[in-house]
Write a new protein. Sequence first.
Length: 222
Amino acid sequence: MRDDGGVANEDVTEAAPAAQTNDDSPDGTGSTPEPGGDDARARRMKRLRLQTVQNMVLSLAIICAGTFLAYFLMSNDGGGQDPVRTVEYEVASATAARAAPYPVRVPVGLSEDWRATSVRFEPQGEHGVTWRLGFVNPDDEYVALAQADGTAEDFVRSVTQQAEDTGATERVDGRDWARWEGEKYDALVLSEADVTTVVMGTAPLDQLARMAGALEPRDAGA
């Protein structure tokens, strides 16, 4: 009431309760963080990393298994192909025939079962000018030809891996070849004034003689 006896109109305004916020939330939105949230995320990340590693290990195991299976099948079946890796020696022998100071020999008339596997010509080396040609015979035995114009005995011992001269000879096409024997290779050796020719390998003597009898000078112009 007023002092002058009048009735006073009192304006009473009730303020609405202020919305409460939680300023401690990470994003300031007022939401309450889930208890243990950081730990849960860490566990999820750990599981993801572990799953990734497991997938990588599984993939690697599958690749290795596939590679091993392919190798096993090829080694046993060969895919229907000859497992021996062959080489061509026509160009190399022609080059050697033009450059060498002696008649370079190559086999002529051997069957297709004789497969050339290596070829090398050295115009200058430890044993002089050297020509070498390796084969696998029809029985998958190694037979090789080697020629050089250096010291005969040193050359023969080197290419045969320390074989020894037996003192015996083998008659091949009217010429006497010395018979050498060794732990790794046996050999037939033909010594001439300008070149030493060696036919050697793991094959038996008759196969070495077969190769020796097939050798003919390579035509340098061919």
